[in-house]
Design a protein around this ligand. Structure first.
Ligand code: ATP
Length: 388
């Protein structure tokens, strides 16, 4: 049996890891590849808000999910103290006494091999396998391989693969800037966004894809126009444009669901909707949409609130909440007699526009003989005193 061992911090795991490991499996004819996330890496210091070992393990499992030879191994997470590869290798050797063991690493780790804990013993058991991480590393690899051969009588193998010049460090920086998605498996990216690892913010193109996939076909243009309107309003009223964009993209994500599905989401996300809301899909979609925005797409509290109150409004609304409420109301596709006046107000006096919009809603509800939600009534009362 030929077994590969691929350890790493995987913070986060990326396509560079996957690409190199996949080529190595093929080139070496491996029967099994153990992917071993480190708990406390001896060679690196982790930042305080680093995802836990279990979280990095789960992300690595997602990245390698389609590799049939892959087997995740969590022994370095359960061991106390620094994660020494020699301990892992000895444990694997115990499981597979007759197997040939290959230790996979990139150039940086390979060149430091001699400094690893009990390096001599380690090199006695495994064959090092190295993949370059950047062009021009071939000579350094060959020189060091020669040195290991001479000193430890081991013959390292260099894998010839298409180099992907990416590191987890670079990715962590990109993710906070809504970039880096192309270097990650889709499932890993979704996990990072949902959990808010690395202070990651969703790439807008990805967010639109996710949101539009949840919408009925005819609603998509409305959501696109709401996003554009929200950005214009954010610029006008000096609100963070990206927050307005995010809230607008996500504001209607559950709109196409019926009352039954809405109530199931309330159950799933522990939404305590009042009785007036529970009977009304139009009101429920704001609550369930906000919950999904937060749990699945990592929305911040301000974005959550803007989605949550985009139908009813509420007393003490923030500027972002007002912007999403109004963008939804006045986007260029809307056509009703008062829309021109409302559009004008939205760019000249935000509170007066809110009051006008909410009062129009109250009038419409009264005509239909329906009782308004208390949040709307309170919002109107509050805005009346604000605009006096
Ligand atoms: P960091 O930037 O945090 O140091 P990293 O990108 O080097 O992280 P690790 O989890 O430390 O990722 O790497 C695990 C193993 O994968 C190491 O042996 C490393 O050399 C190798 N490796 C990492 N990135 C690549 C890549 N792009 N191509 C080939 N090998 C890589």
């Amino acid at each position: 049996m030929r077994i590969g061992i691929f350890g790493g911090t995987f913070n986060p795991p990326h396509k560079g890891h996957l690409q190199a490991a996949t080529v190595a499996i093929e080139a070496l004819g491996l029967d099994k590849l153990y992917v071993v996330p480190t708990g406390v890496p001896p060679h690196k210091s982790l930042e305080p808000d680093t995802p836990s070992g279990t979280a990095r393990y789960q992300m690595a499992a997602l990245l390698f999910a389609d590799v049939p030879q892959m087997q995740m191994l969590d022994i370095e997470l359960t061991r106390q103290g620094p994660s020494y590869t020699i301990d892992t290798v000895l444990a694997i050797q115990k499981l597979h006494p007759a197997a040939e063991l290959f230790l996979l690493s990139g150039t940086d780790m390979f060149l430091s091999l001699e400094h690893w804990h009990r390096a001599g013993e380690l090199l006695n058991i495994v064959t090092p396998v190295v993949f370059a991480r950047a062009d021009g590393q071939g000579q350094a690899i060959a020189d060091f391989a020669g040195h290991l051969q001479e000193r430890y009588s081991v013959t390292p193998i260099q894998i010839d693969h298409e180099i992907l010049e990416i590191s987890s460090t670079a990715l962590r920086e990109m993710l906070a800037l809504r970039a880096g998605r192309a270097w990650l498996a889709d499932s890993v990216y979704a996990e990072i966004i949902a959990r808010g690892y690395y202070n990651a913010k969703p790439d807008f193109e990805w967010l639109r894809e996710q949101a539009h996939a949840m919408l009925s076909h005819k609603r998509i243009p409305h959501v696109q126009r709401t996003e554009e309107e929200a950005v214009r309003l954010a610029q006008r009223w000096d609100v963070e444009e990206s927050a307005a964009r995010e809230a607008a993209i996500l504001h209607d994500i559950t709109k196409s669901l019926d009352i039954q599905a809405q109530l199931q989401l309330c159950e799933k996300y522990d939404i305590l909707a009042d009785s007036a809301t529970r009977e009304n899909v139009k009101l429920l979609h704001a609550k369930t949409g906000a919950a999904i925005a937060k749990v699945e797409f990592g929305a911040a509290q301000a974005v959550y609130d803007a989605i949550c109150y985009h139908t009813t409004g509420r007393q003490g609304m923030t500027t972002l909440e007002k912007i999403i409420y109004l963008a939804d109301y006045i986007e260029p596709g809307r056509d009703f007699p008062e829309v021109h006046a409302l559009r004008e107000l939205a760019y000249t006096d935000l509170d007066k526009a809110m009051l006008y919009g909410l009062e129009l809603s109250l009038k419409e509800l009264a005509q239909k003989g329906r009782i308004p939600h208390p949040d709307t009534v309170e919002a109107v009362r509050w805005l009346k005193t604000e605009t006096e």
